[in-house]
Design a protein around this ligand. Structure first.
Ligand code: PLP
Length: 289
């Protein structure tokens, strides 16, 4: 059965949702997106997602006709219409500068933004979490506004394909020897019992899960140091993990074929995963997955 999506004010079967070939998302990747987790039909950390979206829209000077409140309401309606009111789901949102004859500069004033949302189920990567995942390093070839969640994702696409080609789960971007983040995840290391991660700046996406995990680390008494670990620190890592909306907290077992710590999911990593799971599931009154 075709899922129901939202496009520019209408709920439609996915197969009937059509975009113009003059769409600026298609020409330029001129837009922003969000992926929000849904547990039992509830949106997780929707406020944080909406704040990040609002910031991205402002930075790119995009002015969609829907409000953030309407976006939340559409998200919930899509979960309902697609019967994703129990179990794990995600809501995808994309807003672009709309359809207009191709020019690099902005289209004429009044060109409506394209607003698209869809909802889907997803399967938790539970097996991978039990063993931890292999990751590889990759040069950070991206632009200098990685803090904006733009649909212009070529750096991420090339990095993730490199990981796939090498049988790895994820690529870690490396800039001037510092590990910045993953292709679609943030990355953490534990060195001398201290949690390290690249500081929030224009060079990484301020991940919602990253934010929540930093908050949880402070709550459960894990020392936090928002400075990056570097390539030469890899042998000193006691633990390392990825965070993301569909990745949660994912232990890293090896980097470029070398074991991290003893190569098994570490204590700090799993304590943070447990704390995140408590937020994800207990908050909505759902059982632990
Ligand atoms: C480059 C990048 N970093 C980090 C993340 C994780 O962000 P979040 O926790 O909001 O999913 C993503 C998610 O897509 C990403 O694309």
């Amino acid at each position: 059965m075709s899922s129901v999506v939202y496009l520019n004010g209408e709920y439609l079967p996915r197969s009937e949702a059509k975009l113009s070939v003059d769409e600026r998302g298609f020409f330029f990747g001129d837009g922003v997106y969000e992926v929000t987790r849904a547990v039992d039909g509830h949106l997780f950390e929707s406020g944080r997602h909406m704040r990040r979206l609002a910031r991205g829209l402002k930075e790119l000077r995009l002015t969609p006709s829907v409000s953030l409140e309407e976006i939340e309401a559409i998200s919930l309606e899509l979960l309902r219409r697609n019967d994703i009111t129990s179990g794990e789901g995600t809501v995808y949102l994309q807003i672009t500068r709309g359809a207009a004859p191709r020019t690099h500069h902005f289209p004429p004033a009044g060109t409506p933004c394209t607003v698209f949302l869809s909802a889907g189920r997803f399967t938790l990567p539970t097996d991978k979490r039990a063993t931890g995942v292999a990751v590889v390093t990759y040069p950070d070839i991206r632009w200098s506004r990685c803090d904006i969640k733009t649909v212009n994702l070529l750096g991420a696409v090339m990095a993730k394909q490199y990981a796939t080609d090498h049988g790895a789960f994820e690529s870690l971007f490396v800039k001037e020897s510092a590990v910045t983040e993953g292709s679609h995840t943030n990355v953490f290391g534990v060195i001398d019992g201290e949690l390290r991660t690249y500081p929030s700046s224009n060079l990484i996406l301020p991940g919602i899960t990253r934010d929540v995990v930093l908050e949880l680390a402070r709550e459960i008494g894990v020392p936090v140091n928002e400075t990056p670990f570097h390539i030469h620190h890899i042998p000193d890592l006691q633990e390392s993990f990825l965070t993301g909306t569909t990745t949660d907290v994912m232990p890293i077992a090896s980097i470029d074929g070398k074991a991290v710590g003893d190569g098994k999911p570490g204590k700090v990593t799993m304590a943070l995963y447990d704390a995140l799971a408590a937020r994800l599931y207990v908050a909505v009154g759902a059982g632990r997955r």
